[in-house]
Design a binder for this molecule. Structure first.
Ligand SMILES: Cc1cc2nc3c(=O)[nH]c(=O)nc-3n(C[C@H](O)[C@H](O)[C@H](O)COP(=O)(O)OP(=O)(O)OC[C@H]3O[C@@H](n4cnc5c(N)ncnc54)[C@H](O)[C@@H]3O)c2cc1C
Length: 439
């Protein structure tokens, strides 16, 4: 994703203002302070809860926010800030009980059974939310089951948190305050409902038919989809869509995949190329031709400039080639003459997805392809090993700062690529990244 400092600062300050807003509302109108530690613990509770509410925006796939950060960065932020939010919310009772143990009666079922159950439940839900997110595989949860559980637990925490604020009533006894807090929470819930139900509902009339399931070199599979009774979808090369396979869009299975076909072939035909990596992707080879799929998208800003004034350098690892091949196919279909360099890293030659096609694209484009193999065949004369700064020094064009860079592949490769490019004088704003693992 392309980072603009101005935009990042704007969104960071906006986020800060938004998570502090409920606290500002709470302290309006002559609230009697009850000592530093109690007020501090209350402030942590309010801010933690507000951060929870905003998590629904971060995961709601809104193009406007995506335009500033990119989906991968937003989800990384969602994960990291969640730890802070949970810390704040858990610190609230801990500090409160330490400051004044009489508050422990909130957990006493003899005083108020429902309140004690709800508060104990929410503490348990918070811990479960954290644990299943950090150690999903140890819990034996598939991504789809985890996602369902995650949504339910997050919804429960928000609901009980808001009910707790209203029930305590000390800070938001005024009706306008209650309306504001309930309104903010309702907006967060609406976002969840919108993402999980409204969008699939709208999408149900836009099914796609699987026209072909094609094996590719490197154990990957290409799914070719055609619109079934609608005009299809236009996208820009490098973008991605959420793919659901099956007769209904109301499914927990929804995975993001980059378009691998040319944007010029859309809206009639759209292709995705999938490498079997886990639960869902391993089933793609068994998809029946003629079956139904649903798409939500397009999303993403991992897209070449339309102005061919500058050259493009693409650094791909393994299946990270998919957005790049869409770019190259599109540029070829548009007879674009810009200079392109593809540095493509793989373990072995027989794992190079689109090997033959890339040779063909060289004929149609001003394209240089540098294959880098970790385990090369004996007669290999090309580059070997992993990505490092020296490889980039050897292969990049002289005018490094005058290029647009695209990086997509395994996390370690991407980290090295980004750091090395910056060290080599490439301005950060010219480096676009797409992270498939989103963590
Ligand atoms: C923008 C983007 C584009 C991608 N493009 C491609 C592509 O062109 N080709 C390709 O083979 N792969 C692509 N991926 C990766 C792909 O989405 C899956 O992660 C991968 O296929 C493994 O999924 P799985 O369910 O089989 O594996 P699992 O073992 O079930 O999941 C492995 C990991 O994949 C991620 N993941 C799985 N499902 C989801 C989901 N519904 N939402 C978010 N993350 C999920 C999670 O990080 C999870 O831990 C892309 C990912 C992103 C974010």
């Amino acid at each position: 994703m392309k980072y603009g400092l101005g935009r990042a600062v704007f969104w960071a300050l906006s986020y800060l203002a938004l998570v502090l807003a409920p606290l500002a509302v709470a302290y309006q109108g002559g609230i009697e302070p009850r000592g530093f530690w109690i007020e501090f613990s209350v402030a942590l509770g309010f801010v933690g809860l507000a951060m929870f509410g905003w998590q629904f925006v971060l995961t709601g796939r809104f193009r406007r926010f995506g335009a500033s950060f990119g989906l991968d960065s937003m989800l990384q932020y969602h994960r990291q800030i969640a730890i802070v939010a949970v810390g704040f919310v858990l610190a609230h009772p801990v500090i409160l009980f330490a400051a004044d143990p009489t508050y422990l009666e909130y957990l006493d079922p003899r005083v108020n059974l429902m309140r004690a159950l709800a508060l104990a439940g929410v503490l348990g839900a918070l811990l479960l939310l954290m644990a299943t997110s950090l150690w999903r595989l140890s819990f034996g949860l598939s991504y789809e089951r985890w996602r369902l559980l995650h949504g339910v637990l997050a919804f429960f925490v928000l609901l009980v948190g808001v009910a707790h604020v209203i029930q305590v009533g000390y800070y938001i006894s005024a009706p306008w305050k209650q309306v504001t807090v309930v309104g903010m929470s309702a907006a967060a819930v609406f976002l969840l409902v919108n993402t999980r139900f409204v969008r699939p509902w709208r999408n149900r009339r836009r099914p796609w038919r699987v026209q072909e399931v094609r094996p590719e070199q490197g154990e990957a599979w290409t799914l070719s989809l055609v619109p079934d009774g609608h005009e299809g979808m236009r996208f820009r090369p490098g973008q991605f869509a959420w793919l659901t396979l099956g007769p209904t869009p109301f499914s927990m299975q929804q995975n993001p995949y980059s378009f691998s076909s040319s944007a010029e072939a859309a809206p009639e035909v759209i292709e995705f190329t999938v490498k079997p990596e886990g639960d869902f992707s391993s089933t793609v080879s068994e998809v029946e031709e003629g079956s139904t799929a649903f798409l939500e998208g397009p999303f993403g800003y991992f897209v070449p400039e339309s102005d061919p004034g500058q050259g493009s350098v693409m650094i791909a690892g393994g299946v990270g080639i998919t957005p790049m091949v869409s770019m190259l196919r599109t540029l070829a279909d548009r007879a674009d003459e810009r200079e392109c360099l593809l540095i493509y890293l793989n373990v072995a030659l027989d794992q190079v997805i689109f090997l033959t096609e890339l040779e063909g694209l060289k004929e149609r484009l001003n394209l240089t392809v540098v294959h880098v193999l970790e385990e090369p065949p004996e007669d290999w004369e090309g580059e070997t090993g992993l990505l490092d700064k020296e490889l980039l020094v050897r292969t990049l064009p002289e005018d490094r700062a005058g290029q647009e860079y695209f990086v997509c592949g395994p996390k370690p490769m991407m980290d090295i690529a980004e750091t090395s490019l910056i060290e080599l004088g490439v301005p950060q704003r010219q480096i676009l990244t797409e992270r498939f693992d989103m963590v």
